[in-house]
Design a protein around this ligand. Structure first.
Ligand code: ATP
Length: 246
């Protein structure tokens, strides 16, 4: 049984169809990336899984249970955390407060503090900023806080939407190194990314979407080396145009 299984998932915003029958599976322990051009339906897929948008049809199964249409609160309690695009952290709270305020599962202060210490071990830079207010952080630091907040809920599945958006290249690499380390915490990751090259470098498998449908799925190398896929959906140049492939 897969940890997450979508079958025939459809979703719409009013009259606008956003997903038209999507099938997808994520196995426990994997990093799976969801790629595709703007408007392909990637964020919508994550929003349906996390309960922010009720699907109009199809099924979502998590650890065997049907979860389509459940509220976001219930989905979080089942073990799915969603870090949406745009790094929504609390600007007037310190980094530590942002982390402590995020845990849904643990009420005991000592346990929460221990969780925060674990996050500081995973994100060493954050410890230096533990008492800094959210608004004073750089974009990269805010992204680290957003990732750590997602992990504080101790999810079995972490949904990440465009964690590299708007960050400088060096910071993006740092964020991706951390996502790769998240796997070591045995958290499964479904990663939506515009940066296909970096996403495929850390993923176990990838799916490419176009206008709400699956175009192709496979191992990172197969996707990256498929010239049609690269040219049409991954924003990459054809191999013959690029000096030194991946
Ligand atoms: P992006 O990288 O641009 O976010 P995406 O692959 O995540 O792309 P979605 O945001 O899921 O795509 O959008 C899928 C479709 O749904 C698009 O046609 C988009 O215009 C439409 N859409 C997304 N959000 C809304 C909304 N709040 N209201 C109406 N239409 C929307």
């Amino acid at each position: 049984m897969s940890l997450l299984e979508l079958s025939g998932l459809t979703a719409a915003y009013g009259a606008v169809a956003a997903l038209s029958g999507l099938d997808l599976a994520v196995e426990e322990g994997e990093i799976v990336t969801l790629l595709g051009a703007n408007g392909a339906g990637k964020s919508t897929t994550l929003r349906c899984i996390s309960g922010l948008l009720p699907p109009t049809g199809g099924e979502i199964r998590f650890a065997g249970a049907a979860i389509a249409g459940l509220s976001a609160e219930r989905v979080v309690r089942l073990g799915i955390a969603h870090v949406p695009e745009g790094r929504r952290i609390f600007p007037r709270m310190t980094v530590r407060e942002n982390l402590l305020g995020a845990s849904n599962r643990r009420s005991a202060r000592a346990a929460l503090a221990r969780d925060a210490e674990e996050m500081f071990a995973l994100f060493p830079d954050l410890e230096r900023f533990a008492d800094t207010l959210g608004w004073m952080l750089s974009g990269g630091q805010q992204q680290m806080v957003a990732l750590a907040r997602g992990l504080m809920a101790r999810p079995r599945l972490l949904l990440l939407d465009e964690p590299s958006l708007g960050l400088a290249p060096l910071i993006v690499q740092q964020v991706f190194r951390i996502i790769a380390r998240i796997r070591e915490t045995r958290t499964t990751v479904l990663l939506v990314e515009q940066n296909a090259r970096l996403a495929l470098a850390i993923a176990d498998r990838g799916y490419v979407l176009e206008t709400g449908r699956l175009v192709v799925a496979g191992k990172p190398d197969a996707l990256w080396n498929n010239e049609d896929v690269r040219a049409a959906y991954l924003g990459g140049k054809r191999l013959s145009e690029e000096s030194g492939a991946r």
